[in-house]
Design a protein around this ligand. Structure first.
Ligand SMILES: Nc1nc2c(ncn2[C@@H]2O[C@H](COP(=O)(O)OP(=O)(O)OP(=O)(O)O)[C@@H](O)[C@H]2O)c(=O)[nH]1
Ligand SMILES: [Mg+2]
Length: 513
């Protein structure tokens, strides 16, 4: 026997009650609506998963998504890692609002190959729904459309055959391409085994003994075991649905929306340059950006020609080339989406050199710079405007900046710096250093890192205390105190009467669970 082709992830899509879960059951034998509430209400609420082996031997991981309009974010989180889709349309209902919205999400994610199943063909003539669905998808999508019934079993073999053809056209993901990356959709503990995270492996491979990094917190953990569709496996490869058993990390330190990655290969980002196709979006508009299993409120800065800078209010874990979906805040609707050209750009506005670079990236003519080595300016913390163009700093100031960077989250006092302290005003002016406490200065990169840790702690645990941050950073009480006061002053955190701190809500911000 030849080696099986690489596994693929198939996502369902379609309006509520159109028969997605019933069709997945007919195809795989698995009822993915497992929650009591899902069974009682007869609708999908959380993502469901089932394995499916096609006649050609190709293994598929099926992700069954909810159709309810209130759960479109869950649908997006499920659709974001898929290779091909199964769009389900009920013969007796035809194309409905979430059929349209789910297709917009697939379009934004550039998932353009799949199967349209017009189901419930036992209840109505499928011809009209078939025509409506084919119309909706137009010629941007490569599809096969078939009629079927999950109830009678008629046409199910045709759905399988159509999936076979669609899968044959897809190469699958190169397991070697990039380090391991998994966007976490569930975290739980198993008695005796410890913490388990689940998700679709986007790239790379993962197996027992590997050391992984959990983001955005930056925690390291070791892989104790891996399961693929609830069966133990030596190694899982890209495209598979995986459960990873971790040691060295506590359940409460991680959550849905975090990512597991090969150490040092991924960093949280507060800003994206992206090539987006959006319906009716405008400069300055506040939106929700969805990526991986995470979402963030953000503002759009229009750069022209379909290029946008997205300024995030919560970090995303995106890489160059990843897809994002953009939704409006009110009324909630999918505006579109596109491709990340640069996951760690400067704040540059419509500067000609920045635009020229983005056009080159879009045409694939220019490799993106390695992460952590910005091309032309000192790195900056989120939301700190940098006077443009970057000011020229004297050598002494650059040396001081390096000294502050090396000091990290234990910033020196002015007295510690001696003569070099004369350069502090220039560094503050240039946005490279910031005052922390009464007479200490820290590099903005160190502060951005502290901010990330604090946000991660609050997101995972609800609040942060002085002692918690002190332990997390492995530093003294004095430094932890100064850093928290800095974050209060920077309006990142707010101190509550019981001395704990939470994230400050920005005006108009909605909770993003
Ligand atoms: N007659 C008929 N009814 C069907 C068929 N498939 C599903 N149904 C019924 O349609 C209803 C909805 O089916 P589901 O599979 O739960 O629909 P869904 O698309 O998963 O719904 P959400 O996950 O809530 O979006 C149920 O009552 C099913 O029994 C079919 O082929 N024929
Ligand atoms: Mg369902």
């Amino acid at each position: 026997m030849t080696a099986p082709a690489t596994p693929l992830t198939l996502g369902t899509a379609g309006h509520i009650d159109h028969g997605k879960t019933a069709l997945v059951h007919a195809l795989t034998g698995v009822d993915t609506d497992r929650l009591p509430e899902e069974r009682a209400r007869g609708m999908t609420i959380v993502l469901g998963y089932a394995p499916l082996v096609l006649p050609c031997g190709r293994r598929l991981s099926v992700v069954d998504v909810p159709g309810h309009e209130r759960f479109v974010r869950t649908m997006v989180a499920g659709a974001t890692g898929i290779d091909l889709f199964l769009l389900v349309v009920a013969a007796d209902d035809g194309v409905m609002p979430q059929t349209v919205e789910h297709v917009a999400v697939l379009d934004a994610l550039r998932v353009r190959r799949g199967v349209v199943a017009v189901t419930k063909a036992d209840a109505a003539d499928p011809a009209r729904a078939l025509a409506e669905a084919t119309d909706l998808l137009g010629d941007r999508f490569a599809i096969d459309a078939v009629a079927c019934s999950a109830r009678t079993g008629a046409g199910i073999a045709d759905v399988v055959a159509a999936l076979d053809r669609a899968a044959a056209a897809l190469p699958g993901r190169a397991p070697a391409g990039g380090g391991a990356l998994l966007h976490i959709d569930r975290v739980f503990t198993i008695r005796g085994a410890g913490t388990v995270v689940t998700g679709t492996l986007w790239s790379g491979a993962i197996g027992r003994g590997d050391v992984v990094e959990l983001l955005p917190a930056g925690l390291r953990a070791r892989v104790r075991g891996v399961q693929v569709h609830e069966r133990p496996a030596d190694r899982a490869t890209a495209g598979q649905r995986v459960a990873v058993n971790l040691t060295g990390v506590q359940l409460r330190a991680i959550g849905r929306g975090d990512a597991l990655a090969a150490p040092g290969t991924l960093a949280p980002t507060w800003r994206l340059d992206a090539d987006l196709t959006l319906r009716g979006a405008r400069h300055g508009q506040r939106v929700h950006v969805h990526h991986g299993t995470r979402e963030a409120p953000a503002r759009l800065a229009e750069l022209g020609d379909g290029l946008w800078q997205v300024r995030l209010e919560r970090p995303l874990l995106a890489r160059d080339g990843d897809r994002v979906v953009v939704r409006s805040v009110a009324p909630p609707d999918t505006l579109g989406g596109g491709v990340v050209l640069d996951a760690a750009p400067r704040r540059h506005g419509r500067r000609p050199d920045a635009l020229a670079r983005l056009h080159e990236l879009r045409r694939g003519e220019r490799p993106t710079p390695p992460r952590g080595e910005p091309q032309d300016a000192p790195p900056q913390p989120p939301d700190t405007p940098l006077t443009e163009p970057a000011p020229q700093l004297p050598a002494g100031a650059i040396a001081l900046a390096e000294r502050l960077r090396a000091a990290g989250h234990e910033p020196p006092s002015t007295a510690d710096l001696g003569d070099a302290a004369t350069h502090l005003p220039a560094l503050r002016e240039a946005g490279v250093a910031a005052r922390v406490g009464r007479d200490r200065h820290a590099h903005v990169d160190a502060l951005a890192e502290v901010r990330r840790r604090v946000v991660a702690i609050v997101e995972a645990e609800g609040a942060v205390t002085l002692a918690r941050l002190r332990d997390d950073l492995g530093t003294s009480r004095q430094f932890a105190q100064a850093l928290l006061e800095y974050l209060d002053a920077a309006k990142v955190t707010v101190r509550r009467p019981d001395d704990t701190r939470v994230l400050r809500r920005r005006r108009g911000e909605q909770s993003v669970a």
